[in-house]
Design a protein around this ligand. Sequence first.
Ligand code: AQP
Length: 332
Amino acid sequence: TPRVFSGIQPSGGLTLGNYLGALKRFADTQNKGIESIYCMVDLHAITVWQDPAKLAHATRELCAGFIASGIDPEKSILFNQSQVPEHAQLAWIFNCVARMGWMKRMTQWKDKAGKNQENASLGLFAYPALMAADILLYHATHVPVGEDQKQHLELTRDIAIKFNNDFGVEFFPVTEPVIEGAATRVMSLRDGSKKMSKSDPSDMSRINLTDDADAIATKIRKAKTDPEALPSEVDGLEGRPEARNLVNIYAALSDQTVEQVLADVGGKQFSEFKPMLSELAVTKMTPISTEMARLMQHQDEIDAILRRGSERAREIASPILAKTYEIVGMVR
Ligand code: AQP
């Protein structure tokens, strides 16, 4: 039976990239009746320094973002990683399975550590082993993520395969990444070659889940474009990253394919298309920001949801960790 796991870091505000690449798809998965486990990965967030008060706020806001995006904490399991200690415990085992060379090849490590690798945290380097633990602790079969996580998921598969080989077992499943839809890589509104990111210094580069209608409209109006009209076929987006990005966003928000969108808007100028996109984005996004703001007035309820989610997650995780320890030879 399929079981879905995915996580998001509480490392700042949520963006339209997180919504289209992750949250919206999580809600779709849940609504297909597939067992789903969603985690606020606070242990991942601290691989770069986080202000403690901001981390706590971001964790609660992320939980509110999940719920406002349609994830029902009764149907799906919603929890924060640190409260299920089995994640850190299994990650240690995987630190001993994964090889230094594998980790050094990770592009996220290279990007985030930058030129000063000597000064990056050990946790940032080991990040993908913790991510493998997050997934394999639940024997998850499918992991919906954005394009940027593809390499980490391949590493998760390598860790599962090596563990199984090293110990002569068929214990951990080889997990499938699910990277699909029109918005697996939402780009910056200012630069079509950069991922839309919560850590971009320019707020104009992204739509935040907390933005109001005016902010959304302004950002789309000012989004970088080229002077050509929109093409009627996908091929016509070649070499036009900004145009492609806005069309992808439109397609994902309206649950259409890019082909369907272009059949409608092909030939239009951006002066006509941008207001259409803006109206669609405001219609789809403002109910989410309103609901997030409402939920954030009830922090004790959010905390209770996370606590209950952690208990449910532990019920699945703890026997899998116990079995892992037994395979490895840890005396009980
Ligand atoms: N731009 C994006 N397009 C599509 N999917 C995206 N995701 C993130 N950005 C985009 C997906 O959201 C999930 C959670 O991501 P994360 O917690 O690893 O953090 P992040 O949002 O990816 O972090 P940022 O914004 O990039 O911050 P920094 O700059 O600090 O690293 C994942 O499924 C991810 O694919």
